[in-house]
Design a protein around this ligand. Structure first.
Ligand code: ATP
Ligand code: ZN
Length: 652
C-alpha cells in the first residue's frame, strides 16, 4: 500500500493522508449542516459534498487505479464504486461518509505501520552527521560517510557516537537505549592493547561502542571498525524495512480469501442491480439495494485486521529492544510450548573464568601456559577468548607466537601446530579421536572437575596429554527467574542443548531450573535434536548466540538471537533478535505475541461478524445505506484501534 503512495504527491508531508481524510469529513459536515439548517440552494450542498468526495477519494482512487492496472479488483475499487453509485442515486451524504471513514481507517492503519519503522528509524537520525577525526594532534570534523575503517575518532562528552568501533582511550558510561532499548547506561572502557588486528565480533562488549548511542561524561577515543553503511544502526534500519514484506500466515490466508471473495461480491452486486427485472420495483430501488450490499459486504475491516495488529506488535517489541522480523515470527512465537537453549553465552554469561591449568606427564607448567596462550589467542571461540585473556593477565608473555595453523574442530575443540608439532586442545572426544592414551590419574582429575560443574579441556601434544584446563561459566543472573516465569506462562519444555559435557550441562540446568539438558552435542547433533523436538512438539523456538548453534537455529520454528547488537550472523538470520543480552525479554515477547494473536482473532471475528449481519439485514431490506456505511466502516476503525492497543502492551 505505502508503495503506491510513492507515486503520489504528499503536499502535507507524511500526514497528508490523514489531513485529506479530515478535510473530507469537514466538507461532509458542511454539506450536512447546509442541508439541515438552511434554506440554501441544493447546488451549494452538492458542491460541498463533491469537495468532500475529492478529498476522500483521492488516495483510494490512486490505489484502486494501480491495482486495476495489475488486474486486481480490491476493496479500494469496491469503495469507489459504492461511492459513485451513492452519488448517482443522490445519497451524497452516505457516499461522503463512506469515503471519510474508509480513508480515516486507512490513515490510522498507516499510522500503525509507521510506528513500527519509526521507533527504530528515529535512531538513524540519532547518529550524528559528522565525526571528529583525529589526525596526529589535530581534530578534523568530517561527514560520517567519509569515515574509514581504522580511523580514530574523538567522541566528546554527552555527544552521540558517530561510528561502530572499539574504545582505545577513556572510560565512560554509555546510553545504548537507541539500539538495545535498555534505559540504564552501560560502563565501557578502553581495550588493553590495540596493536593486534581487531575483530569487531570478537572484542569484549565492554570495549565496543555503537553508532547512534550516547556518550556519558567523559571524552573517548574510538577506533572505527565499521563503515557507516555497515553499522549496527544502518543494518537495523534495513532489517526493519524488510519486516513489512514478510506476511504472517493469517495475513496470507485472508489475502487468499479476499481474492475469491471480492469477485463474488462484484458479481452479486451486479446481479442485484437488475433485481427490478424480476421483482416489481424501480431501477432506482434495485440500485440502492445493490449499493448498500456492496458497502455491507466489502471486507475492509478484514483486510486491515491482521496487518495493523502485526505491525503494532512489532513496534511494541522494538520499543523494548526486541526486533521481531515479520508477522510469521510474531504469530509462531505465541504458540510455542517448547524452547531449546544453547548454553554458552545464552544461559550463561559466556565469560568463563579459568579455574585450573594443570600439567601432566612432566611437561613444564610455564611452557604449558605459553602453549595454551599461543594457541587459544588465535581462536575466536568464547572459551578460547576467556582462556587467553586469563593467561595474559596472569603471565607476562611477549607478543611472539609459536603457534600457527589453528583449525576449529566443530564441537570438539581446536587443532594447531606449536613449534611445528601438532597440538590439540578440546574435550575428551578430541583426544580419543587422536588415539592419545588417558591415564587413570588424568581420568580422576577430569571427574573431579566435572563434579564441580567445570568445563574440562585437555591438551594433547606429541601423542600425550600434557595438560588439563578447567573453566567455569556462571549462569546469567536473570536466568533462573526468567525460566521460572516461562514455566508460569505455560512453556512446558525448557531444554538445554550444549556442546559441553553432559554433566556440566546438567549441573547448570538444575541450578537454574531447566526441564532437561543434553550434552556432548556436535552442531549437527543440535540440529538433530531440534528436528526431533519439532516432530514431537510441533513448534520449537531456539535461543542461541549464533556460535556453533546457527544450523539448529535455522531449523527451529522461531530462532531467537541473544545480544544481537554485537553479532552479525545472529542479527541477520534470526527471526527474533534480543538487542540487549536480556533473557528476561523472552516472557515479554511471548506474552506480546500471544496478545497479538488474540487481537488478530478478535479482529477477524468482528469484521466477519459485522459483514454477515449487515449483508443479511440489507438483503432483507431492514437497513439503509447510511447505517450500512456506519457499521461497516465503524468496524474497520474499531479493528484498527483494537490493534493499536498492542502499543501499550505490558507484561503482567
Ligand atoms: N577453542 C577451544 N579451545 C578449547 N576447547 C574447545 C574450543 N572450542 C571448543 N572446545 C571444546 O569443545 C567443546 C564443545 O564446544 P562447542 O562450541 O560445541 O560448545 P560449548 O561452547 O561448550 O557450549 P554451547 O554448545 O552451549 O555453546 C567445548 O566444551 C570444549 O571442550
Ligand atoms: Zn469499506
Amino acid at each position: 500500500m505505502s508503495e503506491n503512495h510513492k507515486h503520489t504527491l504528499l503536499i502535507f508531508g507524511k500526514r497528508t493522508e490523514l489531513y485529506f481524510s479530515i478535510l473530507c469529513g469537514v466538507f461532509l459536515a458542511t454539506g450536512f449542516l447546509l442541508d439541515k439548517l438552511s434554506q440554501l440552494s441544493d447546488t451549494l450542498i452538492v458542491v460541498s459534498y463533491i469537495i468532500s468526495y475529492g478529498f476522500g477519494a483521492y488516495f483510494i482512487s490512486i490505489e484502486a487505479y494501480h491495482k486495476l492496472r495489475r488486474g486486481l479488483f480490491e476493496i479500494d475499487f469496491l469503495m469507489i464504486a459504492a461511492a459513485l453509485g451513492a452519488a448517482y442515486i443522490g445519497s451524497w451524504a452516505e457516499g461522503s461518509l463512506l469515503l471519510f471513514l474508509f480513508s480515516l481507517g486507512h490513515a490510522l492503519e498507516h499510522y500503525a505501520m509507521n510506528r513500527a519503522e519509526k521507533s527504530i528509524k528515529a535512531l538513524g537520525n540519532l547518529s550524528p552527521k559528522t565525526a571528529f577525526l583525529k589526525q596526529g594532534n589535530t581534530l578534523k570534523e568530517i561527514p560520517i560517510e567519509n569515515l574509514k575503517i581504522n580511523d580514530i575518532i574523538v567522541v566528546k562528552p554527552n555527544s552521540k557516537i558517530a561510528a561502530d568501533g572499539v574504545i582505545i582511550n577513556g572510560t565512560s558510561s554509555i546510553n545504548q537505549a537507541p539500539i538495545t532499548g535498555e534505559s540504564i547506561p552501560v560502563d565501557k572502557s578502553a581495550i588493553q592493547d590495540h596493536k593486534q588486528p581487531l575483530d569487531f565480533n570478537a572484542i569484549d562488549k565492554s570495549h565496543i561502542v555503537f553508532s547512534g548511542t550516547i556518550n556519558g561524561d567523559n571524552k573517548l577515543e574510538v577506533h572505527v571498525l565499521k563503515l557507516t553503511k555497515d553499522s549496527t544502526v544502518s543494518r537495523l534500519i534495513n532489517l526493519v524495512n524488510e519486516v513489512e514484506t514478510q506476511k504472517s500466515p493469517t495475513q496470507r490466508r485472508t489475502k487468499k480469501f479476499e481474492k475469491i471473495y471480492v469477485p463474488i461480491v462484484i458479481i452479486l452486486v451486479t446481479i442485484l442491480c437488475f433485481a427490478f427485472l424480476v421483482i416489481n420495483e424501480s431501477f432506482q430501488t434495485s440500485l440502492y439495494r445493490a449499493i448498500t450490499v456492496l458497502v455491507a459486504a466489502s471486507p475492509c475491516a478484514l483486510a486491515i485486521s491482521t496487518p495493523s495488529a502485526v505491525l503494532s506488535g512489532i513496534a511494541r517489541a522494538a520499543q523494548r529492544g526486541v526486533l521481531i522480523k515479520g508477522g510469521k515470527a510474531l504469530e509462531d512465537l505465541g504458540t510455542i510450548t517448547t524452547i531449546a537453549f544453547d548454553k554458552t553465552g545464552t544461559l550463561t554469561e559466556g565469560q568463563p573464568k579459568l579455574k585450573q591449568l594443570i600439567a601432566f606427564n612432566n611437561f613444564n607448567l610455564k611452557e604449558l601456559y605459553k602453549l595454551v596462550y599461543d594457541v587459544e589467542r588465535l581462536s575466536n571461540h568464547p572459551l578460547a577468548r576467556a582462556i587467553a585473556n586469563a593467561i595474559k593477565n596472569q603471565e607476562q608473555f611477549d607478543d611472539e607466537n609459536n603457534a600457527a595453523n589453528v583449525q576449529a574442530i566443530q564441537g570438539k575443540g581446536i587443532q594447531a601446530s606449536y613449534k611445528n608439532e601438532p597440538v590439540y586442545i578440546g574435550n575428551l572426544k578430541l583426544i580419543t579421536d587422536q588415539d592419545i592414551p588417558i591415564s587413570k590419574t588424568i581420568e580422576n582429575q577430569i571427574n573431579k572437575n566435572l563434579e564441580a560443574g567445570e568445563t574440562v579441556m585437555l591438551v594433547g601434544y606429541k601423542n600425550q596429554i600434557i595438560g588439563l584446563i578447567s573453566v567455569m561459566d556462571v549462569p546469567r543472573k536473570s536466568a533462573s527467574q526468567t525460566l521460572q516465569r516461562l514455566k508460569e506462562i505455560g512453556i512446558k519444555r525448557l531444554i538445554m542443548l550444549t556442546g559441553d559435557h553432559k554433566r556440566v550441562g546438567q549441573a547448570i540446568a538444575q541450578q537454574i531450573g531447566l526441564t532437561e539438558a543434553r550434552g556432548n552435542l556436535l552442531p549437527e547433533d543440535k540440529v538433530e535434536a531440534i528436528r526431533e523436538l519439532i516432530a514431537r512438539n510441533g513448534k520449537v523456538a531456539m535461543v542461541g548466540d549464533g556460535v556453533n548453534d546457527a544450523p539448529a537455529m535455522a531449523l527451529s520454528t522461531v530462532s531467537i538471537a541473544m545480544g544481537a547488537a554485537g553479532s552479525d550472523v545472529a542479527l541477520e538470520t534470526a527471526d527474533v533478535a534480543l538487542m540487549s543480552d536480556k533473557l528476561e525479554m523472552l516472557p515479554f515477547v511471548i506474552g506480546l505475541s500471544r496478545k497479538s494473536k488474540r487481537i488478530i482473532n478478535q479482529n477477524i471475528f468482528i469484521s466477519l461478524g459485522v459483514v454477515a449481519i449487515l449483508v443479511t439485514v440489507t438483503i432483507l431490506g431492514l437497513t439503509n445505506i447510511g447505517l450500512a456505511v456506519l457499521f461497516h466502516e465503524g468496524s474497520t476503525i474499531v479493528v484498527v484501534i483494537n490493534a493499536l492497543r498492542l502499543l501499550s502492551y505490558k507484561e503482567n
